[in-house]
Design a protein around this ligand. Structure first.
Ligand code: FES
Length: 104
């Protein structure tokens, strides 16, 4: 089962082993600061905004059009932004590291 590391805005890391589900679900289940998942994962709120670290960008892929439309309303959007409710953690993503984006 995969492991994921969230780097919070305060610099502290939350490491979750044997994680299952979307990154948003994993983050909210483990009290990751700055990820609240207000819309429940339907890609309409951007309260699950993360930055994917450089090494992982190719494996994660980029946002689809709907996700990009939601991100366009976020003032902290960067080229490596993703809404983590749209990323399902798989074995291929074992060791993934994401940085939690600032809250709006
Ligand atoms: S939880 Fe709302 S966009 Fe991800």
């Amino acid at each position: 089962m995969p492991k994921i590391t969230f780097i919070q805005q305060n610099g502290e890391k939350v490491v979750v082993e044997d994680a299952v589900g979307t990154l948003m679900e994993i983050a909210t289940d483990n009290d990751v600061e700055g990820i609240t998942g207000d819309c429940g994962g339907v890609c309409s709120c951007s309260t699950c905004h993360v930055y994917v670290t450089h090494d992982w960008q190719d494996r994660i892929g980029s946002a689809d059009e709907i996700e990009m439309d939601t991100l366009d309303f976020n003032e902290h959007k960067k080229p490596n932004s993703r809404l983590c409710c749209q990323i399902e953690l798989t074995d291929e993503l074992d060791g993934l590291i994401v940085e939690v984006a600032p809250e709006e």
